[in-house]
Write a protein that binds this ligand. Structure first.
Ligand code: NAP
Length: 258
């Protein structure tokens, strides 16, 4: 069985979040080695302890991913000293235009781009040399269904997730011949702090555990685009192919407009 069918060393950023912690728990087990990052120390220890109880060896790192030098140093060291089979940069935030459409502040938008896009790219960049040298490894990048068509309520978030989608697709084509698998993960609504704080309706809301199991299964199949749930995936995909005036109208009617 190849490493991407059953990765034994997994590095996860945002392991204190809903999806990140559910993924850590999904990959925990005897013989597994997990490198978990978060900012919330107490929560990180709680997640690590749960994974240890399932038999995994767990290493934790508390850091703010906006500290790019520290982030790159950590990922690079872990990657040189271990065979990281699977890299999951899940850390992310969401901001929105506010209840009266007043708009995102520049501070919010730039922090979001740093966390959702630049930090995720920094993690990939720091892990890639070791993966390329040995000709194996897998990277699951967190986009969102909001990447298909920008949602008026969350412009910066939509932009960050569209950028990650394009980045992951490009990396997949570039790195496949070298034996490195890159997957773009596009969840719909998954119960979490970020999701709760997001404005607009949240149809087909999934639990983080369900999302983690589906992500794990489809990563094992090396599926290029891991998007779910089906009805919302189809609907948001259509928004991208319909004429924009129709897509905007649909978003207004469904409560995502302004
Ligand atoms: N939930 C959804 O509906 C949904 C849908 C589509 C895509 N996604 C994507 O899935 C990923 C995980 O989201 P989630 O729902 O699990 O969110 P969440 O529960 O709110 O967790 C967010 C995670 O990001 C970490 N984080 C945020 N800012 C950070 C920073 N500056 N430095 C270090 N860590 C930071 C948090 O760490 P601390 O808590 O320790 O600060 C936490 O671990 C995100 O990339 C998100 O965009 C989520």
């Amino acid at each position: 069985m190849s490493a991407y069918n059953s990765p034994s060393t997994v590095l996860i950023t945002g392991a204190t979040g809903s999806i990140g912690s559910a993924l850590a728990q999904a990959y925990a087990g005897a013989g597994q080695i997990l490198f978990l990052q978060g900012r919330n120390t107490a929560r990180l220890q709680e997640v690590a302890e749960f994974c240890r109880q399932k038999g995994a060896e767990v290493h934790t790192k508390v850091l703010d991913v906006r500290n790019l030098d520290e982030l790159r140093d950590w990922v690079s060291t872990v990657s040189q000293e271990n065979t990281v089979d699977l890299l999951l940069p899940t850390a992310g935030i969401n901001v929105n235009i506010g209840p009266n459409g007043q708009g995102e502040t520049w501070e919010e938008s730039s922090a979001l781009i740093e966390i959702n896009l630049v930090a995720a790219m920094a993690v990939v960049d720091a892990a890639l040399p070791a993966m390329r040298q040995r000709g194996s490894g897998q990277i699951g990048l967190f986009s969102s269904l909001a990447a298909y068509y920008g949602l008026p309520l969350t412009p910066s978030y939509s932009a960050s997730k569209a950028a990650i989608k394009a980045y992951g697709e490009a990396l997949r084509g570039w790195l496949a011949p070298e034996g490195i698998h890159v997957n773009v993960i596009m969840p719909g609504y998954v119960e979490s702090k970020m999701c709760r704080e997001m404005p607009g309706p949240k149809p087909f809301l999934w639990s983080p555990e369900r999302a983690a199991q589906v992500i794990k299964r489809r990563l094992a199949r090396n599926q290029a685009r891991i998007s779910f749930p089906f009805p919302l995936n189809l609907g948001t995909w259509y928004l991208a192919v319909l004429p924009s005036c129709i897509s905007q109208r649909i978003l207004q009617l469904l409560g995502y407009g302004h």
